[in-house]
Design a protein around this ligand. Structure first.
Ligand SMILES: [Zn+2]
Length: 299
């Protein structure tokens, strides 16, 4: 009978441990949910994000669920990069974002970054692709302080109109919303209608490049629940692929930090949002450190 008693005792002990772990994970989930809702309430109080009953909330939830207001981005990355020694003074900042002026206003993520890092080397062109290419990255990385680091923000952008339409943005001084990102939407419309810019048109190089990259995805974009949201997500992956192709860590002993995502141009009075999709630290001969999770709950 002894072994049976022992097995029973062990089962009871295992059950107790299981119950304890379940209770702990429930408490953690509750705490996390509280923190997330508390953070959201703070953002609403500061008018960084729309109120809960705003028609913009379901649009954000359905299409860009984890997007954060721009004001939350720099504090989040600072907290993780400073302990790694990556900070203003020893880091060069570059961004690959669309030339559209709505991405470069005083409240935008690009300006927040410039204010923090104290410098910028623009790498992008229309649509947000890194059109400076390998040569441009070579020049940029050659300017890094001795032993210093590189931080690159990259990604496309998309507007949301005051009534919640994705792909539209109401610009100051205009009577109605217009397309954002115009370069991506223009390329998609051209491709959908069966036309495209000749690849050798030296007077429209950037748009021709965007069209060539979007072309294989046109059917999927059209079939999506929200084609404009799908278009910017496809563009993000195209841009990320190109960023990974032209960058490297052979510029010195420092790290290459990449922050990729989708910039969402929000209607007044809300802050623009940023949906982080890639956050990594890469050093020559070192394994990549994935920090994306710092934006989602661990704050
Ligand atoms: Zn644009």
């Amino acid at each position: 009978m002894a072994p049976i008693v022992l097995r029973k005792g062990r089962s009871v002990a295992l059950l107790a441990v299981g119950v304890g772990l379940l209770a702990a994970s429930l408490r953690y989930a509750e705490t996390l949910a509280y923190m997330v809702s508390h953070r959201q309430q703070t953002f609403q109080w500061m008018q960084w994000v729309p109120e809960q009953d705003s028609p913009l909330i379901p649009v954000l939830r359905a299409n860009f669920r984890d997007a954060l207001p721009v004001g939350a981005i720099v504090p989040s990355l600072k907290r993780w990069l400073v302990p790694l020694g990556i900070q203003p003074g020893n880091t060069l900042f570059g961004h690959s974002v669309c030339s559209d002026e709505i991405n470069h206003g005083p409240e935008d993520v690009t300006r927040e970054m410039i204010r923090y890092w104290g410098n910028v080397f623009p790498l992008g062109g229309i649509g947000g692709a890194p059109f400076v290419g390998k040569t441009g990255f070579g020049a940029f990385s050659g300017h890094v302080p001795d032993g210093g680091h590189i931080f690159i923000l990259f990604g496309p952008h998309v507007g949301i109109s005051p009534d919640g339409q994705v792909g539209l943005y109401h610009r100051k001084g205009q009577s109605k919303p217009s397309g954002a990102c115009g370069a991506l939407i223009g390329g998609y419309k051209m491709l959908s209608s069966g036309t495209r810019i000749a690849a050798d048109d030296m007077n429209d190089i950037e748009e021709a490049w965007l069209c060539s990259k979007l072309a294989p995805h046109v059917e999927n974009i059209t079939a999506a629940d929200n084609s404009m949201a799908e278009l910017v997500k496809v563009a993000y992956h195209v841009i990320e692929e190109e960023i990974l192709r032209i960058t490297h860590t052979r510029f010195g002993n420092g790290n290459l930090v990449l922050l990729g995502g989708i910039q969402i141009n929000m209607p007044e009075p809300y802050q623009d949002h940023f949906l982080p999709m890639h956050f990594s630290v890469n050093g020559a001969g070192k394994p990549q450190v994935d920090l994306l999770k710092v934006f989602f709950g661990d704050f």
